[in-house]
Ligand binder design. Sequence first.
Ligand SMILES: C[S@@+](CC[C@H](N)C(=O)[O-])C[C@H]1O[C@@H](n2cnc3c(N)ncnc32)[C@H](O)[C@@H]1O
Length: 296
Amino acid sequence: MFLRSAALRAFLENGTVSSYLGSGTHSGRGPPMTTPSVTRTTRNTQHQPTRESVPLALWPVAQVSAQHQRAGRYLPDCTTHPGEMDPEVARRIIAEYSRPGDLVVDPAAGIGTTVVEAAALGRRAVGIENEARWLALAAANVEHVLSAKDRPLVELRLDNETAFGEIVSDLAGRVDLVCISPPLGVDAAVYASCLELLRPGGLFVTVTKNSNRNGCLVDVAGTTVALARSVGFGYRQHVIAFRAAICDGDLVARPSNRELTQLRHAHAAGEPIHLVVHEDICVFEKSVAKENHLAH
Ligand SMILES: C[S@@+](CC[C@H](N)C(=O)[O-])C[C@H]1O[C@@H](n2cnc3c(N)ncnc32)[C@H](O)[C@@H]1O
């Protein structure tokens, strides 16, 4: 989704967004079924095209910039991490797809945005991270953002070559929601571990952003859907997290400084790329039927 889309403007102006917002703050689990169904074609270079219908939703998540979402809550050092999730995105995912008391896991926890927002909403949360410096910053954020009552809801674990398997077997079948911004190079084995973590009926939510390489759009969301389906997840909903503010009837993009720098470099090198102004939130389910099938 690029910012100068007349269709998008029409979509925003005809009331679809506000009608969605009206139903968007429920605390129950599962996709809000009032959103429009679309037929979606996924394309990527590694997998055959797939065509299926899933409910589609549009979440405006950047009325307030990411910087201001963090201001006064998170530590200023957060900007040193190369790919942190916006707090508004994490909060919305937790609120929509889990209930108070549920167990939420982020297997690539970074600076701890998911676990902090989960605990602030009364969920138990486990964050797994393989770089000690980010785990330390996640721990500092937990200390800084959360109240003394909510801090014990969070557990942070350092991943290394052996630890991930142990953590997965420790939590296997007990997790209600796995929420991840997959780091580059994530393969099917990680998705299979996420499936193992979840209880039957548990949800797996990925947040990805399509990128540009050599002037071409890289369909990260399409690859994510194919990988998740390949390990047995059911694809339940697709959410477009729209990272632009709606101001006086106009759209104002909210790119990070990193994205702006990449765009400037690409344009200086003669690459005709656009700013991508959305993230893809894909919602998958560990089906109960699949679990029964595996048990026989
Ligand atoms: C896109 S970032 C996620 C950021 C996080 N959602 C946040 O808001 O802070 C991906 C993170 O996964 C971590 N990572 C990469 N490989 C990992 C692995 N094998 N186990 C655990 N974490 C890993 C990276 O160090 C990075 O911090």
